[in-house]
Ligand binder design. Structure first.
Ligand code: PEP
Ligand code: MG
Length: 599
C-alpha cells in the first residue's frame, strides 16, 4: 500500500463510525490514519520503505548503531532506577536480551538484505512476526514478552526519526493517531504539510505540542476512548475538532460537506491581506501585535501575517532532531535566519527553555517525578553556564545591527534574575559587544506576584500565561483530565493579570502577553480592557486580533473591565465576557463568526 499503512482496502465496505472527543485545537481535517506510539501492528511505518542494494550495508550499520544506543539508554535507566531503589530494575534486562537476541538480529538483517526493506520497516516487520508467535504460544510468560518486544521496537525506531534530522514524508494526507500524550516531536518528525489532524489519548490546549499544531493550523482532538479498537492504521478518518467528532470510514457526503467549508479560510485570507499595517483602537491607541515563533520558516509566516515584530522565539526547537547540543555556528545560523527575515522589526529571543516537556534526547536529564516543577530553563542555565554561554554568544553576534532583546524563562526570584543578567553582561563584555535589552518571562507565581521588585532590574516583561495558569491552579497544562481547572478566565487569575499590567505600565516598562491566551480572539477585548498594549501570538492569529482591536475603543473596554472585581466564578466570568464581546463587537461578530472559536 502506498503510504505504508497496513492494508485495509479489502473489497468489503467499511462501516462508518462516529466517535466523540474533546477539542484541543479547533478545525477539521481528513486523511488516512497514521499511528504513533505503541502500535506495532503498523507495518511499513516509513513511507518510502524500499531501498536499493547499495543501501543495504549502511542500513545494517545503522541497525547496529541504534542497538548500541538503545542498550546504553536501558543501562542508564537501570542505574538511575537502582539509585532511587524504588523498583527492581532488573526486569529491564529483558530489553537488553532482545536487543542481543541472534534470532532477532538475524531476521532484521535478512529482511533488509533480501526483501530490500529499509531499517524501520524491517524492524517493524520482524517485531510483528515475533509478537504473533509470542501471542499464539498460549503461555502467559510468552504473551507478556509481546509488550517487551513492542517497547524495544519503538525504542529502536525512535532513534531513526530523531537521527536523520529530516522530517518523514507521506505520500498522501494523514491523520496522526497518537497513542500516548502528544509531544512536539510528533509534529516535527513528520512532513507537516501532509498532517491534516491529530487524534491523541491525552494533551491539554496549551501543551507545547498543541501550540505547535495550532500555529500550523492542524486540528487536534483528545480523549477519544479506546482509539485503537475503533481505528486501524490506514483507515480513512475525518476529524471535526470544533464539534468533538471523529468519523471513521466517513460516508462520501459527509466528506463532501466538509470540503465545501471554506468560509473561515476566505475570511482569514481577506484579513491577512488587510493587516500588514499597524493597528490602533477606535480612539487612537496603538496596540502592537507581535508573533511567537519556533522554526526559522515561521518568520516568513510572521511577516506575511502582518506581525509588528517577534515577541517570542522559542529557541529550544533548535534542539529537536539533533544528536548533540548545537554548536555556536548552528545557533548563529538559526538566529541570523530569523533576524534577517524579520523585516527590520524588533525580535525577542528567549533563552532555551529546556526541561518540562522539552527535553532534548541527548541531554543528560535526571529522572524527575515532576518535570514541570523541576530542573528547567533558568535553573539549568545557572548551573550549566557553559551551554548557555554558547547560546548567548551566538545571539549577541547574530544580533549585531538588528533590533533584538533577550528574554529569560522560568525566573522565580529576583536573585536568580540578577545572576542571569550578570552572566549575559559578562559574555557581552568578553565579546566587546553592547549589552542587549533583557527581560523576564513571568510565568512562575512567586515572580509575577512580586513583579514590582523586578521593575528596576528589567528592560521589559512578558507574561507566559501557559505555565502561569498551570502553576497558579496546580493543573498540568498537558493533562486533559484537569483542563476544567486550567482556565484563563478564572476571576482570580484575571485579577493577577490586571495587577501585573498595571505595575508594568506604572513603571513605564513594556509588557506583553505571549501565552496562548493572548492569541484567542475571545480574549482580545478583555485584554485591551485590562490595559494590554502588546500581544504576542502565533502568526495565523494576528489578522483577526488586529481586526478586533480596530473595532474597539480603548477607553470603553477599560471602563467595562472594572466589573471583573465583582464576578466570583469562572462560568459567570465567561458569560459576562461573551456579553461584553457582543456589546462591543456586535456587528463584527455577525460579519466574522469566529470570535468565540478562532479561525
Ligand atoms: C508560557 O508559558 O506561556 C510561554 C509562553 O512559554 P511556553 O509555552 O513555551 O512554556
Ligand atoms: Mg512557559
Amino acid at each position: 500500500m502506498k503510504n505504508g499503512q497496513s492494508d485495509n482496502s479489502a473489497a468489503v465496505k467499511k462501516e462508518p463510525k462516529e466517535l466523540a472527543g474533546e477539542s484541543v485545537v479547533s478545525g477539521w481535517g481528513h486523511g488516512k490514519a497514521y499511528f504513533i506510539g505503541r502500535t506495532i501492528q503498523q507495518q511499513d511505518a516509513t513511507i518510502e520503505a524500499a531501498i536499493s542494494r547499495e543501501e543495504v550495508g549502511s542500513e545494517i550499520i545503522r541497525f547496529n548503531e541504534i542497538r548500541d544506543n538503545a542498550r546504553k539508554d536501558y543501562q542508564k535507566l537501570i542505574q538511575d532506577l537502582d539509585r532511587e531503589s524504588t523498583v527492581d530494575a532488573s526486569i529491564l534486562n529483558i530489553y537488553e536480551n532482545i536487543l542481543d537476541d541472534p534470532a532477532f538480529i538475524g531476521q532484521v538483517v535478512e529482511t533488509i538484505s533480501v526483501k530490500l526493506f529499509n531499517l524501520e520497516t524491517s524492524i517493524r516487520t520482524v517485531s510483528n512476526d515475533f509478537i504473533k508467535r509470542f501471542e499464539s504460544s498460549g503461555t502467559s510468560y510468552f504473551k507478556e514478552r509481546s509488550s517487551d518486544m513492542v517497547e524495544v521496537c519503538e525504542k529502536l525506531v525512535s532513534y531513526l526519526s530523531s537521527e536523520s534530522g529530516r522530517a518523514k514524508t507521506f505520500a498522501e494526507p494523514v491523520v496522526l493517531v497518537v497513542l500516548r500524550t502528544f509531544t512536539p516531536t510528533d509534529i516535527l518528525s513528520y512532513d507537516r504539510s501532509k498532517i491534516r489532524a491529530v487524534i491523541t489519548m491525552s494533551g491539554g490546549k496549551t501543551s507545547h505540542a498543541a501550540i505547535l499544531a495550532r500555529s500550523y493550523n492542524i486540528p487536534v482532538i483528545s480523549g477519544v476512548r479506546n482509539i485503537s479498537d475503533h481505528i486501524k492504521p490506514g483507515d480513512e478518518v475525518l476529524v471535526d475538532s470544533d464539534k468533538g467528532n471523529v468519523f471513521v470510514h466517513p460516508e462520501a457526503y459527509v466528506v463532501e460537506r466538509y470540503l465545501k467549508q471554506t468560509h473561515g479560510e476566505t475570511i482569514y485570507k481577506e484579513l491577512k491581506a488587510k493587516w500588514s499595517r499597524p493597528v490602533y483602537t477606535r480612539d487612537g491607541v496603538r496596540i502592537e501585535v507581535l508573533a511567537n515563533l519556533s522554526l526559522t520558516e515561521d518568520a516568513n509566516e510572521a511577516v506575511e501575517n502582518g506581525a509588528d515584530g517577534i515577541g517570542l522565539v522559542r529557541t529550544e526547537y533548535l534542539l529537536s532532531n539533533r544528536k548533540e547540543m548545537p554548536t555556536e555556528e548552528a545557533h548563529l545560523a538559526y538566529y541570523e535566519a530569523i533576524l534577517s527575515k524579520g523585516a527590520g522589526k524588533h525580535c525577542t529571543i528567549r533563552l532555551m527553555d529546556i526541561g518540562g516537556d522539552k527535553i532534548p534526547q541527548f541531554f543528560d536529564m535526571p529522572q524527575e517525578f515532576n518535570p514541570f516543577m523541576g530542573w528547567r530553563a533558568i535553573r539549568i542555565f545557572l548551573e550549566r553556564k557553559d551551554i548557555f554561554e554558547t547560546q548567548v554568544a551566538a545571539i549577541l553576534k547574530a544580533g549585531k545591527g538588528y533590533d533584538y532583546s533577550i528574554m529569560v524563562p522560568m525566573v522565580t526570584t529576583l536573585q536568580e534574575w540578577i545572576e542571569a543578567k550578570a552572566f549575559i553582561r559578562e559574555i557581552a563584555s568578553k565579546l566587546e559587544m553592547p549589552m542587549p535589552k533583557c527581560g523576564v518571562l513571568f510565568e512562575v507565581p512567586l515572580a509575577i506576584l512580586e513583579m514590582g521588585t523586578f521593575m528596576k532590574e528589567i528592560d521589559f516583561a512578558s507574561i507566559g500565561t501557559n505555565d502561569l495558569i498551570q502553576y497558579l491552579s496546580a493543573a498540568d497544562r498537558n493533562n486533559s483530565k484537569v483542563n476544567y481547572l486550567y482556565n484563563p478566565v478564572e476571576p482570580a487569575f484575571l485579577r493577577i493579570i490586571r495587577n501585573s499590567i498595571k505595575v508594568a505600565n506604572d513603571n513605564g516598562k513594556p509588557l506583553s502577553i505571549c501565552g496562548e491566551m493572548a492569541g484567542h480572539p475571545l480574549h482580545t477585548v478583555l485584554l485591551v480592557g485590562l490595559g494590554l498594549r502588546r500581544f504576542s501570538v502565533m502568526p495565523r492569529s494576528i489578522p483577526l486580533i488586529k481586526e478586533i482591536i480596530s473595532n474597539i475603543s480603548f477607553a470603553e473596554a477599560a471602563e467595562s473591565i472594572s466589573h471583573i472585581d465583582v464576578i466570583e466564578s469562572m462560568d459567570d466570568m465567561l458569560a459576562w465576557l461573551k456579553n461584553l464581546n457582543a456589546r462591543l463587537l456586535g456587528d463584527l461578530m455577525k460579519r466574522i463568526p469566529y470570535i468565540e472559536t478562532g479561525i
